[in-house]
Design a protein around this ligand. Sequence first.
Ligand SMILES: [Fe+2]
Ligand SMILES: [Fe+2]
Length: 322
Amino acid sequence: MKSGYFPVTTKFICYFKTALPFDVYLERFEGKFIKIYHKNGEHDPSQIYRFENKNISTLYISAEDKNAYGQFLSRTIDMFNHGASVLDKEKMIDVIQTSLELTFERITEQNDELDSNIQWASQQIQSSLRLMEDDLTSAIEIFKALSEDAQLLKHSYLVSLFSLALAKKLNFSNERNLMGIGLGALFHDIGHTRINAEIFKKVHLNPKEWEEVKDHPQLGLRIIDHSKGIPSDVRSIILQHHEQPNGRGYPNRLSGNKIFPPAKIVCIADGFCSLVSKASYRETIFSTDQAISMMREDIGHYDAEFLDAFVQVIAGDKKKCA
Ligand SMILES: [Fe+2]
Ligand SMILES: [Fe+2]
């Protein structure tokens, strides 16, 4: 980051045709920034477009506006899910990617080890997906279903990265295991695509709606069953990612060692990612510290040993005994 400003591509900023809740700057010459757009539409955002026409590929946002920028991207993803965004799917994928990068930055701040773990996890996912290209129909069908829901796609990718980072910490080094965990996490909530989308926008669910949500592991399994070439580990993760060691999870109330270990990993990453990033039904985004302590207080929900390892992944050794 250059002295309090971070770069954004001009092309990306030009995706948005509405008023922006952050100022946009141009680097006039080395270290000298001038404001070319005033937040909240004091000026017409079309002023920015002329810089793209002049082949200026990079613009800047002040570090002070980083949260506003992140929230704006999350809202854009929400709007896409509500059918209220004018962006096409390709642009939305860019928005998700940028929003993910901001979320990682927030979580990995001052933690170089986690940062490099996440980079490693991202490469793992890419290579797992490449391996799946042998069974192209499966990959395309599942991705088509996932990308219908921008919020779900972002959540799935985030859970996959953190699941792999935890698997690495737990010394899951076998390539087949890692591929199963990466893909299992990526597709863990695929069953959501078979549930009425309105349910996921609600803050409070009635008992009938809640039962419907709890069907998503089996619904996911049914989707995967149509796709040959999906490793069996992926199936177990989809089915068991809401099971809890205390036996209070769903769908089968499995307890302790009966739960497939990679499903316990995904359960932890899922819990964490849901707390630290924006969900349609909740405005609050918890800090990593708040999320970790909430998960620790939820005794029996998560595998205690795996959760300890996850705390080390997220916060480094200093938090181990906290
Ligand atoms: Fe789930
Ligand atoms: Fe999830």
